[in-house]
Structures are given as C-alpha cells and as structure tokens.
Design a binder for this molecule. Structure first.
Ligand code: CA
Length: 272
C-alpha cells in the first residue's frame, strides 16, 4: 500500500517508516497536520497513519478534513489519549481504526493487514478510466467498447494503473511489487537486479501501449470522448492519462505527430 505517516515524534515516525518499507509498502512521513493534508492531496495514499497530538493542525481536524476531501484513504489513528470518548470521537469522524500508544509494531502490522483486506473486499469489481473498462471478475478489458486481448501480466499491470485512476503516479517499484510480486527490502539484492527489473516494467508498459494504441487508430471515428494512454513521468513512473478526441482528429489528417509523440513516451524517446 501507499502509506502516509503523520507523526511529530520523528524517532517514532522513522521507526514506523523503516518497518513498513521492509513489509513492502511505499511510505512517506510528515510531522504536522498541514503538511499531512498537502501531501495527501498530492499522493492520494491508500492509508494514513495519523497521530492526534500534532503541531499546526490537530489530528482530529486532519481526520475531519480527510473525511471531507479524501474519503478513499483509510485512516488509522494513533493516540496516547486513553479516554474512551476520544476513541469513539475518532471512529465517529470516520477513522477506520484507533491504536493506543504505546503499541507494538506487530500489532500495528496486523491491524494494517486487516484494513488492507477490508479495502480489497470493497474495491470495485469493474474499474473505469476514460474509454477503458476493466471487469476484474471476468478478467475482461474493453476500450471504447472493443475487447482488448491482454496476457495475465499485461492485465495485472493495467489493473495497477487503473486502480490509481490517473490520480497518482505508479512507480516502477510499486509495479514490481504488485505485478511481479517482487519482494522489496533487501537493498543489496535490489541494487543488483534493479536495472533488469526496470527493463521488465518498460517492456510490458510498451506491450500495453501497443495494444491500447492499436485501438486508438481503429476507434478514431468512434463516439469516445477521449482515448486512454499510459504516460511516463520521468524519474517517477507511469500514470494513466487521456488523449483528447480533438488530438486524435488532428492527428488523423496529414501529420500523425501527436500520436507518434505520445505513444513514443517510455520508449527510446523517454531516455533522450
Ligand atoms: Ca504527537
């Protein structure tokens, strides 16, 4: 999962970050409430671990803002305040779980796993993005109503991108973990294999682009408003985006430059 830790005790924040990274999560840490909301808007994390006693903006306020603006993020509250009233207040405000300090890392990990299971139970069976639709139960993908034949790996790769709905960049490390089930955490192994792994991701991204690109050419005259493409965010990863219908029409004339430049992303062009 993509996790944002909000904890002003920097030693505790660092400890949690290291532990969760070893478990394969992507983890960011901030030390005050305002920074938490700023980064939440940017990262759209799946999970926030939120301390209540924070400088600049209290954890309770952060929780209320999260409920209002970022409902798709699960929030686990950490609190040293032992009162039952406080815990009930957090749960009423939308916290998914409340953990009392002091706590053991094992307990926190078990609770995160439970949250993660609960999230996946409620995740949509059918994902949509632009002109793409993915039925996860039937393992079927369509683009502008046409079937797109994908291998199991390509399906899983597109699923990772679609789950982020174009709101958040998907890093190569996240893709290696989600699609190729690559265990992360051992830096020595990671350093040895990283180049090869990155190549695997790029190769499959390009397979997907070709398949989605083929549909773009054949659906130029369809009624779809936009065409979904995989964009490369240099140095960060990949993001689903939309190619507007007007771009396609423009490129359908004498010059195919728009299509060429967009579908070349992530190929040789991205290393230029
Ligand atoms: Ca605190």
């Amino acid at each position: 999962m993509n996790v944002l830790i909000v904890e002003d005790d920097s030693a505790l924040g660092h400890f949690l970050q290291q532990g969760l990274k070893l478990d394969g999560h992507a983890v960011a840490v901030v030390t005050d409430g305002e920074a938490a909301l700023e980064l939440a808007a940017k990262l759209r994390p799946e999970l926030m671990i939120l301390d209540l006693g924070l400088p600049r903006m209290d954890g309770i306020e952060v929780l209320a803002e999260m409920q209002e603006h970022f409902r798709s993020t699960s929030v686990l509250v950490l609190t040293g305040r032992a009162e039952m009233e406080e815990r009930v207040k957090c749960l009423r405000l939308g916290a998914d779980d409340v953990v009392m300090k002091p706590f053991s890392f094992h307990e926190l990990r078990a609770r995160l796993q439970a949250l993660s299971r609960r999230r996946s139970q409620f995740e949509d069976t059918v994902l949509h993005f632009g002109d793409l639709a993915m039925d996860r139960a039937q393992r079927r993908v369509t683009q502008a109503g046409r079937d797109v034949e994908l291998t199991a790996t390509e399906f899983s790769l597109l699923e990772s991108l679609m789950r982020r709905r174009g709101e958040r960049v998907c890093s190569r490390a996240e893709l290696l973990r989600e699609v190729w089930r690559m265990p992360l955490g051992d830096n020595a192994i990671a350093a040895r294999t990283s180049r090869m792994d990155t190549n695997i991701v790029e190769v499959y991204i390009n397979y997907l682009r070709k398949k989605l690109g083929r549909n773009a050419v054949s659906s130029q005259n369809s009624s779809a408003d936009c065409h979904s493409v995989i964009r490369t965010v240099r140095g960060e990863g990949y993001l689903l985006g939309a190619l507007e219908d007007s771009d396609l029409k423009a490129s359908a004339g004498s010059s195919p430059t728009v299509l060429t430049s967009i579908f070349a992303l992530g190929g040789r062009a991205s290393h230029a």
